[in-house]
Design a protein around this ligand. Structure first.
Ligand code: T5A
Length: 233
């Protein structure tokens, strides 16, 4: 049985983790694998993903608003998210497209929330007004030692290019970030799966695909089987 699009709502997958964990690399592979199963899928990223949010991305990653502090940054990342959700994510999910997103709400929880020591009640309120009921169906947390990720990110820049606002933070910041993502995964095991990202790219892809096959594809197969049975009646 082929995994054709079912006409139902698409699934929403997010990739999270520290700098250089391999999120962008894996994002493309996942989307290609979904398309090979004839699932309509698109890749997107945060901050960004829609014209308004990309404008905010440029400002946020330039570091020129760092002095405003984590609370204001959390609001600005959320403002970008509202545009992204309204313009791209919700319309795509509603028409049955699967959306695979490089970073989403857990990055705000980890970078601004945990590292910025924000009151969790402030973040919950912000999530409520930003997202309503929208949550990822599956979040893959790519985990690796902070120094390995930073070295990968630096190598990708060719060593010379300028590190962005958050890559410039010290190693202690990035180690705490790793712990924050692991804590999120521990608190929400139904939504989150930790992926050991220190392995080779193909091994990481294999682990990610195992999680998607385990958590999301059975639901799709079920809907499809019901639809086929209905057609056959
Ligand atoms: N942010 C974002 C917040 O503070 N709050 C928020 O709410 C949100 C949404 C975004 C920044 O904004 C912050 C977090 C970030 O600091 P970005 O430019 O989008 O910045 O950067 P990152 O998301 O951190 O992405 P990176 O590009 O740094 O890392 P990736 O995407 O995880 O890594 P990737 O795939 O580019 O890989 C890095 C290098 O490693 C190699 C790749 O070829 C590449 O050269 N690589 C591997 N090498 C060995 N083994 C593997 N398994 C490898 N996988 C990839």
């Amino acid at each position: 049985m082929s995994l054709m699009q079912t006409g139902g709502r698409g699934s929403f997958i997010t990739l999270e983790g520290g700098e250089g964990a391999g999120k962008s690399t894996q994002l493309q592979v996942i989307v290609e694998k979904l398309k090979a199963l004839q699932i309509d899928a698109l890749a997107t990223r945060e901050p960004g993903g829609s014209p308004g949010a990309e404008t905010l991305r440029e400002i946020l990653l330039s570091g020129q608003l760092k002095h405003l502090g984590p609370k204001a940054e959390a609001i600005l990342f959320s403002a970008a998210r509202i545009d992204h959700v309204d313009c791209l994510i919700e319309p795509a999910l509603a028409k049955g497209t699967w959306v695979v997103c490089d970073r989403f709400l857990d990055s705000t929880r980890a970078y601004q929330g945990a590292l910025g020591k924000l009151d969790p009640r402030f973040l919950s309120a912000l999530e409520r007004v930003t997202l309503g009921d929208l949550l990822p169906d599956l979040t893959l947390i790519l985990d690796l030692p902070a120094d390995v990720g930073l070295a990968r990110a630096k190598a990708r820049r060719g060593g010379a290019g300028e590190a962005d606002r958050f890559e410039q933070e010290d190693l202690q910041f990035h180690e705490s970030l790793r712990a924050a993502f692991l804590a999120i995964a521990k608190a929400e095991p139904k939504r989150c799966v930790i992926i050991d990202a220190q392995r080779s790219q193909s091994e990481v892809t294999e682990a990610i695909w195992a999680a998607i096959s385990d958590r999301l594809l059975p639901r799709l197969r079920l809907v499809e089987a019901e639809r086929d049975a209905g057609h056959g009646a």
